[in-house]
Each structure stands twice: as structure tokens, then as C-alpha cells.
Design a protein around this ligand. Structure first.
Ligand SMILES: Cc1cc2nc3c(=O)[nH]c(=O)nc-3n(C[C@H](O)[C@H](O)[C@H](O)COP(=O)(O)OP(=O)(O)OC[C@H]3O[C@@H](n4cnc5c(N)ncnc54)[C@H](O)[C@@H]3O)c2cc1C
Length: 490
């Protein structure tokens, strides 16, 4: 199949022919594909990836559901404006590699985003089928994952070449999605990029937060390998601002910086008993399990394996923690969340998977106090029931305590997952760096430039706890800003 007129893909004859090959009515009658999943009884005993991905046959059928709308709203629903109908039409035409290339123009790591992006509130929410025709949206996330995995596994895909170096050194602090995306774009432009990571593994939350049953580590390792092939240097166990100062880095010849240090500081509720043994943050719990082998025999940093585990919160982090606890043998693994299911910030799919796995949900509840046994280890939680107010100006219903509704439940482990704050270390080490009252680094929106010349920032350190795709988008915008700065264009 020839694909001329690359600039205006819609005008290409193959795409016009494809559109004409079926009526819109026929397309809307096709049922949305179902992603095969590992059975709950099997998956709670291992870290196997729950979602198994769709086959090429399924992808070819699902792609037909896309109406190739003249004014595609799905693109506007994507934080980095991936050409969604563009890549889906390549899938329908059977050119999966071209589909992957189309996504990669805007999204550095589609095999990650195809797995963890909240599509149901972004691109898929704006799909014409769902928004106007009351049908299920095109499975954009499944298709994205399919083409990204296909491209990665295909032996025909050429690796990005190591760009010819322009000799200019740029430092990237933090190896999460923001840092990796910035590093990739800077390397493509010929910069000598070094990524400095505080931990002993690269990938940020993708590695130490999101568990393997949602995002296998091999996928992140592969992305890092590709960046290495492009000439990016990775240095671990280095805390910028502590083990190495920014002055040291400047003296080493680094001429610009991207700060992608994330939001690694866990929030607590400051209620009585939070200091008892067995009460810990999601960050600590997931990092110990995912990164430090805490759940395996023979490791120096074990984690307590609770039998009655209560996770406080309703976001993705809470869901990952409670499902991890279940996999580590908890007989009772509970979510305690102060609002109802409708308001839960976690992805709908994660909530469904958690329910299937036997997680108990105590919605409209909040902990007010923890109690401990004689050894100081948590053994009970006092809970209070909550009600929801009428929606306020922002449209959100506030949780309101129900007076006199307190009661106690047993728990030998409590994992607090009520949000994160920006990592304070770098702002503390750079007094002239302007931060908000929440501790996020202030940047200009277009290029992510901070208050310090040559220093750019993005991802959770700028947004507070946000999403992978927003972090990647920031990294890429900052890379462009750094390029303009270093080439004298800004
Ligand atoms: C458990 C969990 C589940 C999540 N699930 C989802 C999901 O399903 N979908 C989604 O879109 N988002 C999800 N998120 C949010 C998403 O992962 C984050 O928004 C994203 O990772 C932020 O990327 P980042 O690059 O800004 O920071 P991070 O991923 O936090 O990476 C920052 C890196 O910087 C390093 N660092 C910090 N300070 C320094 C320093 N001084 N020197 C050197 N290195 C430093 C850290 O060690 C870390 O590796 C989840 C988050 C968590 C915690």
C-alpha cells in the first residue's frame, strides 16, 4: 500500500478508500473489543500482568470502530494531542509500525501510557461514539498498547540512532517519565545528556510505585535501554542537591538542567496513633516491595506482611497498595475512602479489578484514630462514617462526618495513601528557585522554565501528584525550551 502525502494524512487515497470501505452505521454496530485478563483467583497469587493485551485480529476489528471524525475530539482529550484517528487508521490498514510511529511523534512511551493512562476520562471520554452516540468509546488505550508492544517486539523496527553529539552537556535530575521523556528528546537533538537518579533503579514511579501486575518492569527497562543506545548516560545513587550540588554540575560543564524529581513526599492525616508500628505510607510500602525485594526471602529490607490490611485513600496508589497486600497474603484487604465509588480518583478499571480480586471497600468512611497492642503494633482502627454534602461551586460533594457514627475494626497493618507532596530536597538546596505555597516549582507554562536561568522543571515536582502522560508532556516541552535556550533562540 502506498502512503503518499505524509503532511496531510487525511488526504491520502488509502485513507479515503478505507473510510469508504464501510459505512459509519456499519462501524457503529461493531462491539468494543474485550481485553483478555488473567483470572482473579490466579492473579492474586502472583505478580502476573492482569491485562493480557489484544491480538492483531482484535486490533484490526476494533480499529474499524473509529469513525475518523472530521473534527476529532479524542485528540483534544489527550494531554499530549496524539493523532489518535491517524494512528488508528494505520491499524485498520494493517500497518502497525506506521501506527506506532504516528503515536511516537507526540508520546514518548506509548507502551507505558497504553497501560496506565486514564483513557476513560481523557481521549475515550471525548470519542464521538461515547460522547454523542451513547455507545462504548473506541478502545484507544488498548490499541495504543497493542501497536506499541507490536513495535517493541517486532524485529523489523529500527532503533533510534545515536544522534551526533553537539558536545553540549545537559543534566536531567530524576529518571521518572518526565526525566526520561526530556532525556530522549534532548538526545535526539544531539545533546550530551546525563540522567542523575537518587535511587538504585531507573524509572521513578513507573518502577517503584506502579506494580508489575499493571506495568511490567521489562517495559521500562527496554525504554531505558533505547535511551542508552541514543547516547544518554544514566547515573544512579546520586541525590542532586545533596550528594552532588548544582555548582558541582556546572563546574563539570553542564549548561542546562531539567528537574523531574517528582512528588515523593507522602502525606499523612495527623490523627492519633499514626506513629504506631504497622502504619506506613503507600510510598514506603510500594517502594519496599517493588524495588527492594521486601516480599522475597533473603532480602535485607523485609516488610511486615499484614493479614488484615487497611489502605486509606481512593486513588491509583491506594488501589495498587491494597492489591499488592492481597498478593502478599492478606486475608482481608480493605480500602477505606471518605467519599463514594463515584468520586474515587482511581481508574475505573483498577477499581473493577480490585473488586474482582476480593478487595473490600469501606466507602464513606474515614479513620479517626489507630490503636496498638502492648508491643506498639497497630491492631485496631476507629472509623467514622461520612456523608456527602450537596455539590459546592466546583461541583464536588464534600465528605461530612456523621456524628456519633464511630466504630472500631481490627487491622494489623495500615497503609496511608492520601496524596503526595513535591519532593522538597531540590527547592531546599536552591534558595533562588521560586516555589508555590504547596512546594511545587514555579515554571512558565510554554517552556517549563523555572526562576533560574537554564533550569527547567516538569512532572509531579511542578504539578503535585499528577499523571504519567502529563509528566512526559512536560519533559518534552522542557527539552524544546532547553534547546531554544542553548541555541540562543530564547
Ligand atoms: C502507586 C502509584 C500509582 C500510579 N498510577 C498511575 C496511573 O495508573 N496512571 C498515571 O497516569 N499516573 C499514575 N501515577 C502517577 C504517576 O506515576 C506520576 O504522576 C509520574 O510518575 C510523575 O512522573 P515524574 O517523572 O514527575 O516523577 P517520578 O516518577 O516520581 O520520578 C521522579 C524521580 O526523581 C528521583 N529524584 C527525586 N529527587 C531527586 C534528586 N534530588 N536527585 C536525583 N533524583 C531524584 C526519584 O527517585 C524518582 O525516581 C501513580 C503514582 C503512584 C505513586
Amino acid at each position: 500500500m502506498t502512503q503518499p502525502n505524509e503532511d496531510k494524512p487525511r488526504d491520502q487515497q488509502w485513507r479515503k478508500d478505507l473510510k469508504k470501505s464501510m459505512t459509519a452505521k456499519e462501524r457503529t454496530l461493531i462491539e468494543r473489543v474485550r481485553m483478555p485478563e488473567v483470572e482473579p483467583s490466579e492473579r492474586i497469587r502472583s505478580n502476573v500482568e492482569v491485562n493480557q493485551g489484544i491480538s492483531a485480529e482484535m486490533a484490526l476489528v476494533e480499529a474499524k470502530r473509529c469513525l475518523d471524525c472530521p473534527d476529532p475530539q479524542c485528540i483534544k482529550g489527550c494531554p499530549v494531542n496524539v493523532d489518535i484517528p491517524g494512528f488508528i487508521k494505520y491499524v485498520e490498514a494493517g500497518d502497525f509500525i506506521k501506527a506506532a510511529e504516528t503515536i511516537k511523534k507526540d508520546n514518548a512511551f506509548p507502551s507505558v501510557c497504553g497501560r496506565v493512562c486514564p483513557q476513560e476520562t481523557q481521549c475515550e471520554a471525548r470519542c464521538m461514539l461515547a460522547d454523542k452516540l451513547n455507545k462504548e468509546a473506541v478502545a484507544i488505550g488498548y490499541l495504543e498498547r497493542f501497536v506499541a508492544d507490536y513495535a517493541r517486539e517486532s524485529e523489523n523496527v529500527s532503533q533510534p540512532l545515536k544522534a551526533e553529539s553537539n558536545g553540549i552537556k545537559v543534566a536531567v535530575i530524576g529518571s521518572g517519565p518526565a526525566g526520561l521523556a526530556a532525556a530522549g528528546d534532548l538526545a535526539k537533538m544531539g545533546y550530551e545528556v546525563t540522567v542523575f537518579e537518587a535511587l538504585h533503579e531507573f524509572g521513578g514511579v513507573l518502577k517503584y510505585g506502579i506494580p508489575e501486575f499493571r506495568l511490567p518492569n521489562t517495559i521500562i527497562d527496554k525504554e531505558i535501554e533505547t535511551l542508552k543506545l541514543m547516547g544518554v548516560t544514566f547515573m544512579k545513587n546520586i541525590i542532586a542537591g545533596r550528594t552532588i550540588s548544582f555548582d558541582d554540575l556546572k563546574n563539570d560543564g553542564f549548561r542546562a538542567f531539567f528537574i523531574g524529581s517528582g512528588a515523593g513526599l507522602p502525606n499523612f492525616m495527623n490523627i492519633p496513633g499514626e506513629n504506631f508500628n504497622g502504619v506506613l505510607s503507600s510510598n514506603e510500602y510500594l517502594t519496599r516491595v517493588n524495588l527492594m525485594g521486601a516480599a522475597r526471602k533473603g532480602f535485607d529490607t523485609p516488610v511486615f506482611m499484614g493479614k488484615k490490611v487497611a489502605v486509606i485513600g481512593g486513588g491509583n496508589t491506594a488501589m495498587d497498595s491494597v492489591r499488592t497486600a492481597k498478593r502478599l497474603g492478606a486475608e482481608k484487604a480493605m480500602i477505606i475512602y471518605r467519599r463514594s465509588f463515584n468520586e474515587m480518583p482511581a481508574r475505573k478499571e483498577e477499581i473493577r479489578h480490585a473488586i474482582e480480586e476480593g478487595i473490600e471497600f469501606l466507602n464513606l468512611h474515614t479513620p479517626v484514630e489507630y490503636f496498638a497492642d502492648e508491643t506498639g503494633h497497630v491492631n485496631r482502627i476507629k472509623l467514622q462514617r461520612m456523608d456527602l454534602s450537596e455539590p459546592d461551586e466546583s461541583g464536588r460533594r464534600k465528605p461530612v462526618p456523621v456524628p456519633g457514627s464511630e466504630y472500631e475494626i481490627e487491622a494489623d497493618m495500615v497503609i496511608v495513601s492520601v496524596g503526595v507532596s513535591p519532593n522538597p530536597l531540590i527547592p531546599q538546596s536552591l534558595p533562588s528557585l521560586k516555589v508555590s505555597r504547596h512546594g511545587t516549582i514555579l515554571v512558565d507554562d510554554s517552556h517549563m522554565l523555572s526562576s533560574i536561568d537554564g533550569m527547567y522543571a516538569g512532572g509531579d515536582i511542578v504539578r503535585g501528584g499528577a499523571t504519567v502522560i502529563l509528566a512526559m508532556g512536560d519533559g518534552r516541552r522542557a527539552a524544546q525550551g532547553i534547546h531554544e535556550y542553548l541555541s540562543g533562540k530564547s
